[in-house]
Design a protein around this ligand. Structure first.
Ligand code: AHR
Length: 297
């Protein structure tokens, strides 16, 4: 049967991580809206940050004989068994926004940016802004997730050339705004407001939470304390325009069109590249205002 868009009606299972950030909710919308537009029968599962729930969802998609599976893997390891089952059933699996630590033969492709590069871009901005010395608070994402691992590595590797820049407090805020706020409050208590020169947040939501905590403590994020994030969500660009944040780099979330296209191509026998790399422009006060009006998220 064909949908109104002329495509064969597909049934696709989508195992989403949850709704930890504004970014994640916008990604969910991209996939559900595209499914509606393309007449795709989408089976959506919100896994509430639990890998076990994603594995159970994938098994139920296999039992329901879906045409394809979209998976945003919450953590990088522990996928071999269930993805082996999907492979044995002949169901293409498209990974979105996070990569996994498993044989590439277990999935069709992964649509994701270069998260090591994102961490490096934040480090490069801070090393310059701090003139090579200062104390940094690091807010990490979900432990064991590919963005947490890769962004940490990209930042740390770049900072090896700057021995006078020190990470003075480092905790996970789980990619949430409330986590960023709480960790920043704890950092201010532990290190002292006057000893913090910068915040490196592995996503914008945590940066925005940290900004709130710093403002409540009478600090001046964006001026005396440099703040860098990742994602380039609407509120972060607004914070850059307001002068409370300094830098962010995009994490693409318009996953609906490329993910369904990849499923169709895989079903048609097209051999896809294992990594479909998403664009990641960078934003500072120089270009945030021009970008905001046309920003999709
Ligand atoms: O996997 C992508 C990351 O997950 C985004 O950077 C973050 O905001 C989200 O929750």
């Amino acid at each position: 049967m064909a949908s109104s868009s002329g495509h064969k009606t597909l049934t696709v299972g989508f195992a989403q991580i949850g709704a930890e950030s504004a970014w994640r909710t916008a990604e969910t919308n991209s996939i559900t809206d595209t499914a509606k537009k393309e007449g795709i029968n989408l089976k959506f599962v919100d896994a509430q940050q639990q890998q076990a729930n994603q594995i159970a969802a994938i098994r139920s998609f296999i039992a329901e004989k879906v045409d394809g599976i979209i998976l945003a893997p919450v953590v990088a390891t522990g996928w071999d068994q269930v993805l082996g089952e999907a492979k044995a059933a002949g169901i293409p699996v498209i990974l979105v926004d996070r990569s996994i630590d498993a044989s590439p033969s277990l999935y069709t492709t992964v649509i994701v940016g270069d998260y090591v590069y994102q961490g490096k871009a934040d480090a490069e901005y801070l090393a310059k802004a701090l003139d090579g010395k200062g104390n940094v608070v690091e807010l990490e994402g979900t432990p064991g997730s590919s963005p947490q691992i890769d962004r940490k590595k990209g930042f740390a590797d770049y900072m090896k050339a700057y021995p006078d820049i020190h990470i003075v407090y480092d905790q996970t805020g789980n990619f949430t705004r409330s986590g960023g706020l709480q960790v920043m409050e704890a950092a201010i208590k532990a290190v002292g407001a006057s000893n913090i020169n910068a915040v490196y947040a592995q996503n914008d939501d945590m940066a925005l939470g940290a900004i709130q905590a710093m403002q409540a403590a009478g600090m001046q994020p964006g001026t005396t304390v440099k703040v860098v994030g990742i994602d380039a969500v609407h509120d972060a660009l607004q914070a850059i325009i307001n002068g409370t944040m300094n830098f962010t780099i995009q994490t693409d979330l318009i996953m609906g069109p490329p993910a369904f296209k990849a499923i169709r191509e895989a079903l048609a026998g097209v051999k896809l590249p294992k990594w479909i790399k998403a664009d990641q422009p960078e934003f500072t006060i120089a270009n945030a205002a021009a970008a905001l009006p046309t920003r999709a998220y």
